[in-house]
Design a protein around this ligand. Structure first.
Ligand SMILES: Cc1cc2nc3c(=O)[nH]c(=O)nc-3n(C[C@H](O)[C@H](O)[C@H](O)COP(=O)(O)OP(=O)(O)OC[C@H]3O[C@@H](n4cnc5c(N)ncnc54)[C@H](O)[C@@H]3O)c2cc1C
Length: 400
């Protein structure tokens, strides 16, 4: 059994985990990134979810900055797309966003992670948590080609998308059900479907069944996850076969190229945090806001994200980031997407580093110290006024 020790262990190398690991390593912490897949990026790459949703509010204001903005450009460093030059004029079809080739994004993420000195453990699955005391993890148990081992750290960042670390540590979580949606990249000579295309003949197809019913899995049960994956591929097979049978396409002109290699679940399990961001809170100001998140579904909607949504209710020494930060329904729809996952990831990595520097646990960290670092060093706006958004008759009540 092997054992390694770090200052900060980032669990899960999706977009949130990558941002968290870079933010922590940038501040001099010995940082490890533990990832089950062979590549970084999580759903954005292994899940072939290849649209970097907006950093802006659709009304000409940029809302998300820092590593999230760097990732948007890095995603296309090796081609082929870019955000619209005219995004500042606003409008739902002209937002600061871009689709990307998952392979291109992986090459850039590798570069950024290694460039910042993050120690990468791919193909390594977290299978358990060892507690240092009743509430605080001291190590995660992992399995990889070396066998079963453990990685010790002072602080853990749960960026697993499914809150695996908090769950394994006995912390409380919130659950949601999933509709079936799978993204496939295919060759199609007819080019009829070209929402996100790579060259003339290669584009993305989204197979969806948005009906939620009792048989829809939550995404946290090993067997239903397999059924979910099989159902997505079955639907795609049927689409292809229908076209072949109808003579619309042949297997020479339309065929699959890339399938998701990670379970494409939007919601599964997130932490129950010290605060749960919930429906109807989009206009609220929070004294512990650590950043803003635009709503990709509608222009002009911007949410403040409280620090407490990254802190598990009871478990200590762990910070959540990305899709598994504490939110429900409408709020979860906003926090889970790529730009906002990168934002909470950077905040989590920064908070871990500051906590270690100040010799405190994350929940004891002075939130004003964190906010100052995020605003001054990462360029994060903390309230709408910071982005030049006027709240009209409802001015910000906080001292931002
Ligand atoms: C079908 C679908 C379509 C979507 N469309 C879009 C879109 O168009 N644009 C957009 O911006 N967002 C979209 N999203 C949402 C977005 O892709 C994700 O929510 C976002 O990428 C989440 O990032 P994350 O880092 O928080 O989590 P994830 O991407 O889930 O990353 C978690 C990482 O942790 C790893 N991991 C998990 N458990 C373990 C473990 N036990 N041990 C080791 N590693 C582990 C996983 O392998 C993964 O790499 C979509 C999601 C889905 C499912």
């Amino acid at each position: 059994m092997f054992c390694k020790k770090y200052d900060v262990a980032v669990c899960g190398g999706g977009i949130a985990g990558c941002a968290a690991a870079i933010a922590s390593a940038q501040r001099g912490m010995r940082t490890v990134l533990i990832e089950n897949c062979a590549i970084p990026g999580g759903l954005a790459t292994s899940g072939t979810v290849l649209v970097y949703l907006p950093l802006c509010d659709g009304e000409g204001h940029q809302i998300v900055f820092g590593l999230s903005e760097r990732f948007l450009h890095a995603a296309n460093r090796y081609g082929p797309a870019e955000p619209p030059a005219e995004w500042g004029r606003g409008g739902k079809n002209n937002r600061l966003q871009a689709y990307f080739s998952p392979a291109s994004f992986v090459l850039s993420l590798d570069e950024m992670l290694t460039g910042h000195g993050v120690d990468l453990w791919f193909d390594t699955k977290i299978i358990g948590v060892e507690m240092r005391d009743v509430l605080r993890p001291g190590a995660v148990q992992v399995a990889n080609k070396s066998g079963i081992g453990k990685i010790e750290a002072e602080i853990f960042i749960d960026a697993t998308g499914d809150a695996d670390v908090v769950h394994l540590a006995g912390g409380q979580c919130l659950h949601a059900r999933n509709a079936l949606v799978s993204w496939f990249v295919e060759h199609r000579e007819a080019g009829a479907y070209s929402a996100y295309s790579f060259g003339k003949d290669i584009s993305t197809i989204i197979v969806a069944d948005n009906i939620l019913n009792n048989s829809t899995p939550e995404g946290i049960d090993g067997k239903t996850v397999s059924d979910f994956l099989l159902r997505g591929r079955e639907r795609y097979r049927r689409l292809l076969q229908k076209d072949y049978d109808g003579g619309v396409e042949t297997r020479k002109t339309r065929y699959p190229i890339v399938l998701p290699t990670m379970v494409p679940m939007r919601h599964s399990r997130c932490i129950k945090g010290r605060f749960v961001l919930d429906n109807g809170m989009e206009q609220e100001c929070f004294p512990d806001s650590i950043g803003l998140a635009p709503d990709w579904r509608k222009c002009g909607s911007v949410w403040e994200i409280p620090w407490r949504t990254l802190l598990p209710e009871k478990i200590t020494g762990v910070i959540a980031a990305g899709r598994c930060s504490s939110a429900r329904e409408d709020a979860w729809e906003v926090t889970r997407v790529i730009p906002n996952a990168a934002m909470t990831g950077e905040a989590a990595g920064t908070a871990a580093a500051l906590s270690l520097r100040d010799g405190v646990l994350p929940h004891e960290l002075d939130v004003q110290t964190l906010r100052k670092e995020l605003k001054e060093k990462c360029g994060f706006p903390l309230c709408r006024e910071d982005c030049g958004i006027s709240r009209g008759s409802v001015p910000c009540a906080m001292e931002c």
